[in-house]
Design a protein around this ligand. Structure first.
Ligand code: PHE
Length: 339
């Protein structure tokens, strides 16, 4: 449903004329619309009654969300044009009907752009759950429960022993199990950590994970893909540096830092010393491949975790991460014409 929602929003934002908006309305919410008929495409008989309830709750939210969005942009029948057609009087002093266009959040814009770029390079897009098991978030990634690397990620635990995923890497083994090798995929999404909040740290943030598995993959492939992506996102040459970094699920592991685009690398409250840690990455650890049922002697791969929130900040010059979750519409409204 999340995918459907994004797809609907993308098309809605792209529709610039009344006809195009009407076409989007019919496609999604008309009698034969995709959202209207979404439940018919699913086999719900096998679901428990709780699961069914949750499904319908989400579905109803999606429906009212889509209806609200449409209400904001599709002009209601009536108004001056209709009055003129009927030959009725027009009140020329009445204020115009005005069309309030919503705006996509800068993180959503950056996510959509990244998805386009990666899709152009043959990557598939997967979205995993935000409430995750310890197994996929840690164990499958070579971080057993007694490993000190667990301390690197301050985790929100739920009462039922599930957790809020601390990184999109939780999708790595999930996706390998589903799609097998060879694989070229990204998994953008929201992550959560029990963080002290400052201009560049939030308890809720977005990452875009990438995973490539194939024969004879090397660090050269990783660097080439990273450079291509950053060039496409910023549409200009940017300075990066690669340093060693430790993550138990890659070997060797790196930190790819971006020269800060807010201060030009001089150092500022957003970056500190002129560099922003943007893309931790490395070659997939053989243990991770094994957890996915793949023979590390046959396949190798690379993985990277783009800081999607940070990328949006760098791209649009947003100095403080707190603006992004602050709920102040003046932040979003500045982006209404970008897509
Ligand atoms: N998941 C790691 C983090 O959030 C980043 C990472 C992703 C590192 C992929 C290496 C490879 O800190």
């Amino acid at each position: 449903m999340q995918e459907l929602k994004l797809q609907f929003l993308k098309e809605l934002a792209a529709a610039k004329t009344a006809e195009a908006l009407e076409a989007v309305r019919v496609k999604y919410m008309g009698k034969k619309g995709i959202i209207t008929n979404f439940t018919k495409t699913k086999d719900l008989k096998t679901l428990s009654s709780e699961a069914k309830q949750a499904f319908y709750r989400e579905y109803n939210d999606l429906k009212s969300f889509a209806a609200d969005q449409l209400k904001k942009v599709v002009p209601a029948p009536g108004g001056a044009a209709a009055a003129a057609k009927k030959g009725g009087a027009i009140d020329l002093t009445a204020p115009g009907a005005g069309r309030r266009l919503g705006a996509l959040h800068p993180i959503t814009l950056t996510q959509i752009e990244l998805e386009h770029i990666f899709e152009g390079m043959g990557f598939s897009v997967y979205y995993g759950p935000e409430v995750e098991s310890e197994y996929f978030c840690f164990e499958a990634l070579n971080i057993p429960s007694d490993h000190p690397a667990r301390d690197m990620q301050d985790t929100f635990w739920l009462k039922n022993n599930l957790i809020l995923r601390t990184h999109t890497s939780a999708n790595q083994v999930r996706t390998i199990l589903k799609a097998g090798a060879p694989l070229r995929a990204i998994f953008p999404g929201r992550c959560f950590r029990y963080e002290a909040i400052d201009p560049s740290h939030e308890n809720t943030f977005y990452q875009c994970e990438g995973l490539v598995i194939d024969k004879n993959i090397s660090v050269a492939n990783l660097i080439a893909v990273m450079k291509t992506i950053l060039g496409e996102v910023f549409r200009r040459e940017v300075k990066v540096r690669l340093r060693p970094g430790f993550f138990p699920f890659v070997e060797p592991g790196f930190e790819l830092d971006l020269n800060c685009l807010i201060c030009g690398g001089k150092g500022c409250p957003t970056c500190g010393d002129g560099w922003i840690e943007l893309i931790p990455c490395g070659l997939v650890h053989p243990e991770v491949l094994r957890h996915g049922g793949i023979d590390p002697n046959e396949y190798s791969g690379f993985a990277f975790g783009i800081g999607l929130t940070r990328l949006a900040m760098m791209k649009y010059g947003i100095r403080d991460i707190r603006y992004l979750n602050g709920g102040d519409l003046r932040v979003n409204e500045q982006f209404s014409t970008i897509l």
